[in-house]
Design a protein around this ligand. Structure first.
Ligand code: FES
Length: 578
């Protein structure tokens, strides 16, 4: 090892040498190999910026990956760095069986280990579809190398018989109408061609759009980067600026732990509430924070939710689509409106504070997608945290997308033991169910399904849908798509498969939901529940080999982000929100 190497931690191509027992030989060999691709010593002497590219033929949400990678490379080279693209796992919602959430932690491990294994002074994480951005941020937080997030951007909206449509709120709306026999096969086939009008992520405030906004609010993506649609010039310019910024964070050694602080998580949680964002983001943010030793406090989240109104008028809580949000000024305009509620001294990836970035965003202009604090879409935050004997460790309801007349409701439970049971019986004319009943689906939690699938929005039983019923209270230990709406209680914790009280609910029991009091109560005595538990003890699911075995043995519950226990950092007492 040279004297120079002893003074400074190695950087660029000297970083993380392959272990041959002779570091000089390791560097010699590495350079010899990469020179096979035509690099010069000048290029190889530059700061190396890794680009985690997640293009895949199975992932149309990332269909603009080649253009984004090109633009990031341009930004890196304009700033004197050497861009090096590398692949990781790519996850698309509709092409990940049994569910993309089952694979999120695997993608996070891939991302973390590839950042650590390969020589890079900073990394650009390009993701977009729901689980990819959380997986990348979880991995980058653990790897500890300067990192910046770039999202692929939303798809364009389409048009069906002169009606504007977009994935996936409208996918669900049209499918519900088809189930209710309001539209025929021809129309459902027609709309299928129009719901996804271009590459890019879902065009409403689903999980992908939510995580894009959350990334910008966290300060780990450049200002204004969440909202430009995938196929626009704005999106390409964001990519170039991301490349420029990546070289700067490599020089300043701005690691994720300096950005992803308690103050930053508070800001991002405020934004999550104000956009009426996806319930999934709670689980993902808990997992990202958990990689840095920070705990997300659900009760405090609920408390700040009571003072953080929904300002963004986007489906599924409102009317507009992501491209409208972009035209209205995107996250910078939202942050300007939320300014009195934010930690303005939080450091962002640009090296400036959030407050300084808000000042730079200008005075704003007349528009209709982002409201002011005085004229919100919904007076409280989009999400509420429920507690009670059915959910001792919490449950979530997206109140901004729920039916006002069902938020205080008591009803008879109609229970499905698992997804298969539900699929077999939900459309049966013999199903004993009324519009006032509460549908309960068990065993779709982290280990139950496994992977906590987005099956929490149980379909309205066909005979009730035909009769015009649009919404019912539905309760499960699973998740729902961020693009879905209804009075849906999710993430009941602990899950049924882990012996949570949900396991002991029987058809005919009565359940009381009070969103106002934040209560979810099974009206069955403790003695009766204890007797049921003793008579039918829960057998946790298991597997004999492979990733499934690892997953079932090490995945945590929803209140710990459904991360693997061995990937979380030791909690250091920091909690967000404070
Ligand atoms: Fe990829 Fe919706 S399916 S973002």
């Amino acid at each position: 090892m040279s004297n120079e190497d002893r003074k400074d931690p190695p950087s660029g191509m000297r970083k993380g040498l392959t272990s041959y027992g002779d570091s000089g030989f390791s560097l010699f060999l590495r350079k010899a190999f990469i020179k096979g691709a035509g690099y010069t010593d000048d290029a190889l002497g530059r700061p190396v910026i890794g680009i985690a590219a997640t293009g895949s033929g199975f992932n149309p949400c990332h269909g603009n990956m080649p253009q984004l990678v090109d633009a990031v490379k341009r930004g890196v080279m304009l700033s004197g760095g050497l861009p090096v693209e590398f692949p990781t796992i790519s996850l698309h919602e509709s092409f990940s069986s049994p569910t993309s959430m089952y694979l999120r932690n695997l993608m996070s491990i891939d991302t973390e280990e590839m950042i650590r294994a390969q020589p890079m002074d900073a990394v650009v994480l390009i993701g977009g579809c729901d689980k990819t951005v959380p997986a990348q941020l979880m991995g980058a937080a653990s790897a500890g190398v300067p990192a910046i997030q770039l999202v692929t951007g939303s798809m364009l909206t389409g048009s069906h018989r002169d009606q504007r449509v977009g994935a996936c709120t409208d996918c669900r709306r049209f499918w519900a109408r088809f189930r209710a026999e309001e539209i025929d096969q021809q129309e459902i086939d027609d709309v299928n061609n129009q719901l996804v009008a271009s590459v890019g992520t879902c065009s409403v405030m689903g999980t992908a759009s939510t995580m894009a906004c959350v990334s910008e609010a966290l300060g780990i993506a450049i200002p204004g980067s969440a909202s430009p649609p995938a196929v626009t010039a704005d999106r390409i310019r964001v990519a170039e600026r991301t490349g420029v910024t990546a070289v700067q964070i490599a020089a300043s050694k701005l690691t994720p732990d300096k950005i992803l602080t308690v103050g930053a998580f508070e800001n991002a949680l405020r934004v999550l509430l104000a956009i009426g964002g996806s319930t999934n983001a709670i689980v993902h943010m808990t997992a990202i924070a958990g990689r840095l030793g920070i705990e997300i406090d659900l009760d405090r989240l609920d408390a700040i939710g009571r003072e953080t109104p929904v300002l963004v008028d986007l489906k599924p809580s409102g009317q507009h689509y992501m491209e409208d949000f972009h035209h209205a000024g995107g996250v910078p305009e939202l942050l300007r409106q939320l300014k009195p509620l934010l930690n303005l001294d939080a450091l962002t990836i640009t090296g400036q504070t959030l407050g300084e970035e808000i000042e730079k965003s200008g005075p704003g202009f007349a528009q209709s997608a982002i409201r002011t604090l005085r004229e919100p879409i919904y007076p409280q935050g989009g999400l509420a945290v429920l507690r009670g004997n059915l959910a001792p460790r919490g449950a979530i309801v997206k109140q901004s997308a729920a039916s006002a007349d069902l938020m205080e409701h008591e009803g008879r439970a109609v229970v499905f033991e698992n997804i298969e049971d539900m699929a077999a019986r939900i459309d049966s004319d013999d199903l004993d169910v009324n519009a006032d009943d509460i549908l309960v689906l068990k065993n779709i939690g982290p280990t139950g399904a496994p992977g906590m699938p987005e099956a929490g929005m149980l379909p309205i039983p066909r005979k009730l849908a035909r009769a015009g019923v649009k919404d019912m209270v539905r309760i499960s230990d699973g998740r729902m798509s961020g693009t879905a709406s209804g009075t849906i209680v999710l993430h009941v914790c602990p899950e049924a498969a882990a012996g949570g009280p949900l396991a002991w609910v029987r058809s005919g029991d009565r359940i009381r939901l009070s969103v106002n009091k934040r209560e979810l109560t099974l009206l069955v005595s403790d003695e009766e529940l204890a007797m049921r538990a003793e008579q039918n003890p829960v057998e946790p699911p298991s597997a004999s080999r492979g990733y499934r075995k690892l997953f079932l043995e090490r995945v945590t519950q929803a209140d710990q982000g459904a991360d693997f226990d061995f990937l979380r950092a030791k909690a250091d007492g920091r909690r967000a929100p404070r």
